[in-house]
Design a protein around this ligand. Structure first.
Ligand code: NAD
Length: 410
């Protein structure tokens, strides 16, 4: 089963409860448009390499397609499709006016120079630009891309269509980016934890938290959790992690990581592997890196009481049922990590209005939307007696279905 099939298991379960007919399921499940492009790049050694690039527009019933751009060796069409569909359901759960899309290039950005990444991003943007538009499809960063990538995309798009800052989100502040966009996915995770704590029997202040992944999402989850008073006992990146049962000094870890891009060697901490981190004795486990980190072979060794899916699709369906059977609460990606797309919504809105919000305004609005999304999902959990994942899909699929119906598609 590929990642798209796995996401669709949750979709089908929601569609069954909503009693959707086969045609409606097809309309909501299948991407509305898919583009595959070849991306030729002149490498620094003079050779030409051709990468596969994708932009998948899953569903725009509720608004323009919205979703990140992933640079990763495993970013094939199935993975990008899965991520695009998750964006549709996520934007609907957060109740913001976007559909779902995603893009990607199958490449290993860690082995490429900045000029190579710049040339690849520009060529990719030129090749997909006819699908994009501020009211049509708005890319953002994802794994392997960042605000610099968005600056190159905005510039390449602008060289064809004219200056259009709202064409991408996650831009540098100097180019029309929003304050608080970088921290929004991590901050959003902690707002949901705050809101859910009472229901989950969790005391956020002092809770022992382990975070897998120290990138755009994981590093900000760790920082926001630390600021909120959690004890962040472990963090990791692709090379492995560091652990201190008394709690890491997260701002110092982040500052050192910024300087040397390494976690190992941090004073006052032991090293550990990613496999060991997932099995640590802790209250909250936050997978914030890759898909499928928790699966049927390790789910029975997860000791956390709550798993918070900051990454997209970090728990396989088999892993999910093992966790459910063991009574581990899983807070699903389409609810928990929506802070990223909500932050993007704020940036897009500011670009359209040509106004700037301050950080206080951004965080207050983010908290309001994340808390509202959590309460809406909890209401479905209680009413339908289902898991948080099932409830989030029921809510998201139901909202997209209603929009499709109002537009006259079904
Ligand atoms: P990133 O590239 O900034 O960081 C990824 C992190 O994961 C890095 O620390 C990397 O070293 C680590 N990593 C990579 N491979 C790993 C492996 N095999 N084992 C352990 N760690 C590994 O990416 P990101 O933007 O933080 O995205 C992480 C996840 O969050 C993805 O699933 C992404 O789709 C999702 N997400 C991102 C955003 C966003 O705005 N960037 C928003 C919502 C969800």
């Amino acid at each position: 089963m590929n990642a798209f099939d796995e996401v669709n298991l949750s979709f089908d379960r929601a569609a069954d409860r909503l009693d959707l007919d086969d045609g409606t399921r097809d309309l909501l499940k299948k991407p509305w448009r898919e583009l595959t492009v070849s991306v030729p790049v002149r490498m620094d050694d003079g050779s030409i390499k051709v990468f596969n690039g994708y932009r998948i527009q899953h569903n725009a019933a509720r608004g323009p397609y919205k979703g990140g751009t992933r640079y990763h060796p495993r970013a094939d069409v199935d993975e990008v499709r899965a991520l695009a569909s998750l964006m549709t359901w996520k934007a609907a759960v957060a109740n913001i006016p976007f559909g779902g899309g995603k893009g990607g290039i199958q490449c290993d950005p860690t082995t490429m120079s900045e000029p190579e990444l710049n040339r690849m991003t520009r060529r990719y943007t030129v090749n997909i630009h006819h699908l994009l538009g501020v009211n049509r499809d708005i890319p953002a960063p994802d794994m392997g891309t960042n605000s610099q990538t968005m600056a190159w995309m905005m510039d390449a798009y602008g060289s064809i269509e004219g200056y259009t800052p709202g064409i991408v989100t996650g831009k540098p502040i100097e180019l029309g980016g929003s304050v608080g966009r970088d921290s929004a996915p991590g901050q959003g995770v902690v707002y949901v934890m705050d809101e859910a704590a009472g229901d989950l029997g969790l005391t956020v202040s002092g809770a022992r938290v382990a975070v897998q992944g120290f990138g755009q999402v994981g590093s900000w989850v760790a920082r926001a959790a630390h600021t909120r008073g959690c004890k962040v006992i472990a963090v990791s990146d692709v090379e492995g992690g560091i652990y201190n049962p008394a709690g890491l000094d997260v701002p110092r870890v982040a500052e050192r990581y910024r300087q040397c891009s390494r976690l190992a060697g941090f004073p006052d901490a032991e090293t550990l592997t990613n496999a060991e981190l997932l099995e640590l004795d802790c209250d909250v486990l936050v997978p914030a890196a890759i898909e499928g980190a928790i699966h049927k072979d390790n789910a029975d060794r997860v000791k956390a009481a709550v798993v918070v899916e900051a990454a997209n699709h970090p728990v396989t369906p088999e892993g999910d049922s093992v966790l459910n059977d063991r009574g581990v609460q899983v807070m699903p990606d389409i609810l928990v990590n929506a802070g990223g797309v909500v932050g993007s919504y704020f940036e897009w809105t500011q670009n359209l209005y040509q106004r700037r919000w301050d950080e206080r305004e951004v965080n207050a609005e983010l908290r309001k939307i994340m808390a509202g999304a959590y309460r809406a999902v909890r209401e479905v959990v209680r009413r339908e007696q289902v898991t948080f994942r099932e409830a989030a899909f029921l809510l998201g699929v139901g909202r997209v279905h209603r929009a499709a119906k109002l537009r006259g598609f079904v």
